[in-house]
Design a protein around this ligand. Sequence first.
Ligand SMILES: Cc1ncc(COP(=O)(O)O)c(C=O)c1O
Length: 477
Amino acid sequence: MAGFAPFDPDTFRAQGHRLVDRLADYLAQAVSGDPELPVLPHADPNQLLAQWSCDFEQPISFEALTERVLAGSNHLHHPRYMGHQVTAPLPLGALCELIDGLLNNANAVYEMGPVVTAIERNLSRWLGARLGWDARCDGFFTSGGSLGNLTALLAARQVQAGFDVFTDGLLGGEPLAVLVSESAHYSVTRSLQIMGLGQPGVIKVPVDERYRLRPEALPAALAQARAAGRRPIAVAASACCTATGTFDPLGPIADFCAEHGLWLHVDGAHGASAALSERYRELLAGIERADSVLWDAHKMLLTPALCTAVLFRNGDHSFAAFTQQASYLLHQQNPRDEWYNLCGRTVECTKTMTALRLYAALAVLGPRVLGDYVTDRFDLGRRFGQMLDEADDFEMPVAPECNIVCFAYSPPGAAAMPGLQAAIRQRLLADERFHIVQTQLGGRVWLRVTIINPLTTEEDLVALMAATRAAGQELLG
Ligand SMILES: Cc1ncc(COP(=O)(O)O)c(C=O)c1O
């Protein structure tokens, strides 16, 4: 080909066909639960460094590179993947990434990515309607839940502070505080500290025995903030709590916020997807009164990472986080008139066509498929809770509300070995047949699964209990 050889369409066509064939074979093996395929290959990080050196003197084929990546990576489509809150994505989403990668229509401003700009706005409003909001809602997509929490909280501060914090800085007015559930995801606290509130500006609200924010504790938290000379501006609640999957009581929290003029931010990274489930929508009762909601499609909507919606009940507030104008990109004065230049509202300037992945799933498969998936996974999480409850040698810190389940292997004598749960997990990981995680609650380590893969069955959970028991018995001698 004349011109630039790496752009050769025929090479792309041939490589692409071969790649899709290879990935389809890989997918077939993974979804079949082939025991020959390790759920996660167990490798020492320092050894892996040596294997992935940047010695580019000897070029290798794309096919050889693909094989190496597949062999060393985690296999999320395997039904025994129940580890972190990252989904086994729809292959359709992967195809969207191919479009995204080739078109590279990064929608910092409309002229850079017209189609995805329109998708982003309509999809944000569609998601907002699922939360029970009216046509005034608005939002945008950003690169992950952590950045989403930061952006929503920046908007909350700008609207609530009583002075122009973005322009004048924190010293331009009263010290501020946000009331945060003790079991909120760390990205909430981190966002507030990035924003300069420091630890004293993060007022921790105690949780109940199910690790849910206790609304009765809010007045004391408010008083504590005021006594420290700080102006409380918001409450950050969780739907749901990362460690336990339990949902904060949003209705009573919203009542408190309304009474005291506080902004309600709901971190729905995992659980906002319950809005698509007829059976479990109830868990979110009160979310329709939130001012901002964070919703990760790469957690419970089968979308490849990253795909995060930051949503505002009053769409005007979606413009509040950054009042600064990058004049070379934005020509008009009022950012609201330029809804289509999304970098006015996001931390990112250039960003991927992330919303396309979720839009395609909804447009091609229909919302029902995603809603039924959420229902089915939450059902199985609760069923796993019953199975653990019925077994004499397992215990749980809380009965599960959704598809996040914490448990411990605790036959007589287990308490005498404090490192038992972590050691069981290490054995399971080394065995490469299950991917589960662990968490710390009430000063104890618990095993934890997120039943996020649509193919995980009750039989897989029976097998997990058996493998846990076997590892535990060996360790206890
Ligand atoms: C409740 C909650 N919020 C925020 C996050 C951060 O999301 P991300 O990993 O997309 O940055 C997580 C991640 O697990 C989470 O569980």
